[in-house]
Design a protein around this ligand. Structure first.
Ligand SMILES: [Zn+2]
Length: 232
């Protein structure tokens, strides 16, 4: 803990005085974060550092495996964070961010490892679809690293699908106000990959090239054509 305590002291003595105006503004006027980021709780994946943004700019929800339980299951912190970010804060972008060397994904690949962690095992059931996709749709010849990589990326796609089951997100997509992003952070290289929803593939981000999105904000769209009813 010593370095953490030293960090608190350094923040108060050196960092905060330089950012006093920012914090005072945020304290007086509330937060207006640009995006909701749902990332893994892994200590090596720090959304604010990856995106180089300061306090007040990201609404972050972190958990083991960057998981979004579908709305039909028991209400929990992730559901509440999504609803609050969309309905109260009005975020226009939601990012689900997975990463390399993810312990949660390793747990899925080695079920025996979770025998003494029933809560982790139960939580990871929300990623079973990703595991089954990797088992059924990828070659048997993948080595361990390739299998893990594929699983972590498919997990991001599965969680994006779960995200769409949340009423606030479904409504945000129908009214054209939300954009969904799927990211994968490679720890050892610092490379970020983004899911291109149209190509259905992750692509490495490059400077000067627009970030692909999982689902772009579209014009308001509703499925029912009510014109014939109105004419009756
Ligand atoms: Zn992880």
């Amino acid at each position: 803990m010593d370095n953490i305590i030293q960090g608190i002291s350094a923040f108060r003595g050196e960092v905060f005085p330089h950012q006093k105006g920012v914090y005072e503004h945020l304290g007086r006027n509330g937060q207006q974060p640009k995006a909701l980021v749902i990332s893994c709780a892994d200590s090596r994946v720090v959304p604010e550092q990856i995106t180089q943004v300061g306090p007040g700019e990201l609404f972050v929800c972190r958990n083991a495996g960057n998981i979004v339980p579908p709305i039909a299951t028991v209400t929990g912190g992730v559901s509440a964070a999504i609803e609050y970010a969309v309905m109260a804060l009005g975020v226009r972008d939601i990012v689900v961010c997975g990463h390399s060397d993810c312990g949660a994904m390793k747990g899925l690949l080695q079920p025996g490892a979770l025998d003494r962690m029933p809560n982790v095992a139960a939580w990871l059931r929300h990623s079973h679809a990703a595991h089954t996709i990797v088992c059924e749709a990828y070659p048997d010849t993948l080595d361990d690293k390739q299998r893990h990589h594929a699983l972590a990326m498919e997990n991001v796609v599965v969680q994006l699908n779960n995200l769409r089951t949340h009423p606030s997100v479904a409504a945000g997509l129908a009214t054209g106000q939300l954009t969904l992003h799927g990211w994968f952070f490679e720890i050892e290289t610092g490379q970020l990959y983004a899911f291109d929803g149209q190509a259905a593939k992750f692509v490495a981000l490059q400077d000067g090239v627009a970030i692909p999105v999982a689902q772009t904000s579209a014009p308001r769209r509703v499925a029912a054509d009510l014109t014939p009813l109105a004419a009756e």
